[in-house]
Write a protein that binds this ligand. Sequence first.
Ligand SMILES: [Fe+2]
Ligand SMILES: [Fe+2]
Length: 220
Amino acid sequence: MEVLDIDGLDYDDMLQQLSCLEPGHSIELVGTRAIVGLLKRLLQDQPLRYELSTIRRRPDEWRVKVIVFGEEEPRSVTSYLGRDHDRLDDLLQQAVKLAAHGEWAETQSLIADFRDGLFWHIEIEERLLFPEFELLSGSSAGGPTEAMRSEHDTIKECVNGLVEAAGAEDHDELARHHADLLGVLVEHNMKEESILYPETDRALNGSARNLLVERMMLGV
Ligand SMILES: [Fe+2]
Ligand SMILES: [Fe+2]
């Protein structure tokens, strides 16, 4: 993927670079500072042209994937977070393949991207999506989101195991944590994509849906 270093670029420079991109293309913004302000302005100026996915958010390292949409495709929780599941599945699959070939440096880097991306995905679900779902469906303690939160804890444990195994270049441990992770993640994602996301979409009108997806893109 093409990379745009945004350190030293102001908003207009960034906008100009992005406006050269054809629909269907994506680009990764990288920088050493928080860029929520820039991204917020981008979504205000061109509400449906860009989709933003966080790859990494650390105090000194920000990476955001920007996909350009040609048509003014309406936003939905199902397509936004479903695409993020696919992106993360691809990263994990690539990492496991590289580990099988003993390419540990690449494996470690992909597993780190997978961990940061998945932990951020979980954070926006727990902080922004689940409270909205609980409000809309009138469910709270004991409801579906409680089960999803508990699965998130298990998922995180498995991912931390993967990170350790990749760091130790231990193929057997990596395979074990990978199998444990798939044992919970596959069904978890399926339940979200077939129940929780579409039910949230159905309960919101177009502008409320758009607003919720934008909040998840920005993490606010
Ligand atoms: Fe989840
Ligand atoms: Fe999810």
